[in-house]
Write a protein that binds this ligand. Structure first.
Ligand SMILES: Cc1ncc(COP(=O)(O)O)c(C=O)c1O
Length: 233
């Protein structure tokens, strides 16, 4: 895929105001010199600023699992936005959502947060409080947001060290974290050494972030020509 002036100028604009030229700095790890700059999305597709169409297997990292810009959600969001959305106070809707989540999932009490990082932090705190243990166990190189304890990896001798580029750690990560490789059942087990110091296991059984594949432009390509496919997320 060629880098067009539109995409290059978006990059230049972002670099003028955003750290490392991306809105969230894990995006610097996407392959390619020029990340895909999105113009708009609908259903399972999005279009970049150069007009290329993509099938989006990420779907907002599950936030858009039902597709982008569903009509019903747009209408409900617009209606609520017109009545105010940043009140910092309880509303009838919040209690309804709590009850509905309890009905669907069978857990009686709910706590809201705005990001997955927040959710992980809340869960780790509860686990520490309940177990009286301090360490968490993570799978090597899994992503858990900006939770300090999770930026740990292993050196060649199997010692817990921080990942390269980790900035401003509060304490050495060996104090907070055990790291196991995916599928290391022994290391993940409650019977493994150090298990007694662990309060929680933060793991991802599979990647939710998949990849985005450009789809053929049917106006310029024949149906039989293969589309370019490249992961972007
Ligand atoms: C398991 C897990 N934890 C945390 C995060 C970070 O999400 P957020 O940016 O909402 O904090 C992600 C995002 O991919 C995730 O998959």
């Amino acid at each position: 895929m060629t880098v067009t002036p539109a995409r290059r100028s978006s990059r230049t604009t972002l670099e003028a105001s955003l750290l490392f030229g991306v809105p969230m700095n894990w995006m610097t790890r996407w392959p390619g010199d020029h990340p895909v700059f999105v113009d708009r999305a609908e259903g399972a597709r999005f279009w970049d600023v150069d007009g290329n169409a993509f099938v989006d297997f990420c779907l907002g990292d599950t936030g858009g699992m039902a597709g982008h810009a569903p009509k019903e959600s747009l209408e409900a969001i617009a209606e609520q936005a017109a009545r105010g959305i940043t009140l910092m106070l309880p509303t009838e809707d919040a209690t309804w959502v709590g009850r509905e989540m309890a009905r669907r999932f069978g857990v009686p009490y709910w706590q809201f947060c705005l990001t997955a990082t927040d959710a992980n932090r809340f869960a780790i705190r509860w686990a520490r409080q309940i177990t009286g243990r301090s360490k968490i166990v993570v799978h090597d190189w899994n992503y858990h947001g900006s939770v300090d304890e999770t930026f740990a990896t292993l050196d060649d001798d199997g010692n817990v060290i921080e990942r390269e580029g980790n900035l401003g750690k509060p304490v050495p990560l060996a104090e907070t974290t055990r790291v196991v490789e995916i599928n290391d059942l022994e290391g993940s087990s409650e019977r493994s050494p150090n298990a007694t110091s662990r309060c929680a296991s933060s793991s991802r059984p599979s990647r939710t972030s998949g990849s985005c594949c450009p789809i053929p432009d049917t106006t310029t390509r024949s149906a039989s020509s293969a589309p370019d496919t490249r992961p972007c997320c």
